[in-house]
Design a protein around this ligand. Sequence first.
Ligand code: CDP
Length: 489
Amino acid sequence: MGALHQGHRQLIASAQACGNGKEPAAVLVSAFVNPLQFGPDEDFESYPRDIDADCLIAETSGAAAIWAPSVEQVFPAGAASHFRLQVPRKHQEHLCGAVRPGHFDGVATVVARLLALVLPDALVLGEKDWQQLVILRQLVDDLGLKVRLHGVPTVRESDGLACSSRNRYLTNKQRQQAVALPRLLNRAARDVMDGGSVDLPRMQLEWEQLGLAVEYLEVVDPSRLQPVKVEQKLCLLAAALRVGETRLIDHVFLMTRQPIVAIDGPAGAGKSTVTRAFAQRLGLLYLDTGAMYRAVTWLAQQQAVDSDDALALEAMLENFQLELDPSQSGSQRVRVNGHDVTDAIRSPDVTAGVSAIAAHACVRQALTAQQQQMGRRGGLVAEGRDIGTAVFPDAELKVFLTASSAERARRRAVDLEQRGFPVPDLLELESQIQERDRLDSTREVAPLLQADDATELITDGMVIEEVIEALIALFRMQVPEEVWPTPAC
Ligand code: CDP
């Protein structure tokens, strides 16, 4: 809406980085004070407008152009004569949506209109207005708009106050009061990280004692925007306060560890390839749990332990040392009792035997404990069969990655060929895959199952890059840049 500040400079810089890797993207700054998003008692008339200052900031930040249309240019027939969008109720029931009726309908309507007029490749928005970001993500998704959406972490002034056009309304004294907004939010985030809890009534009281009026203070799920208890999972603590006439919003994300992503799915769905690339793009540790079950199978085959003999397997596990370095480089080396078995565990013999071994409770117990230990601090993506259901049931993002068995057989054939193994015919491969799925999904302990809160991603007809992008988009719906920044390439 214009009145550009340091936060917008950062948006412009991030937008430039959305280029093709060779040259920066051409950035268009839109500066439009949108009448549709102001309530009757809000500050539409007095909202700061300074187009000359905006042009200067846009230009010196690297923008190619600034577009500051009049209300008549955006809504030539008058706002009342144009289509309006309605944001789903559940997205507006809390936070700003609850105290500013119609606000997000106005935002969605004008953003859809701006996108339709400009047709940009990417839309860059600040995470400061997190609710707006969530709503616009769904808008882009629901309307099938061909635009990538990027969130940018909140930029703060040196005293911690989030940059906002409305900060310029504050007097010196109000400014000193206002810094208690980020201060108390940060304290709450630290308390939760240290294993403590958040005392909302106390926070509210403290603000009120400092002369700040609390409009809302809520803990919600970051993507559903519905209230949650502060628990294991990442959640959003958001507040709106009034300092005199000025309304300020801010938030923090509460968490007890870094985020975890669980990717489950049937055999040969391409999980390893896409998960490895996804981990690399986001700087997450990559944990291929299938490799762990394969490693146990390899040892059992080496020692001629019968895969039906639970007691013998249990005894074998007493002398089973599995080392694996969940790495960010994408290649996960696997060592069993000091031997590097990275390639050996991919043999057709191991593949044929692994599901029987993986069905044993003693095997699952040992490997699940090791996996949970590796994920203690988070910052990891694990793939397998039971990650979202048994290993990390509190993962921030759960994806069930699948494809038809014919498609999976085709992919498995390519993989075998690349690894130099003999390739059976496709029908034979398909029936092997189906048999493994059957064993994995019918075993008693931790069967292959889509978690209730997992998103299903069916990848038939999708190229690898599309799957990776879809995973990144799902991740960003749950985990903001503020919590887990995308590493610079
Ligand atoms: O062949 P593909 O790459 O699809 O499978 P994998 O991820 O290497 O897993 C091999 C086998 O390990 C699966 O068929 C399961 O029997 C077992 N597994 C499991 O039971 N639980 C996991 N979390 C991962 C794998």
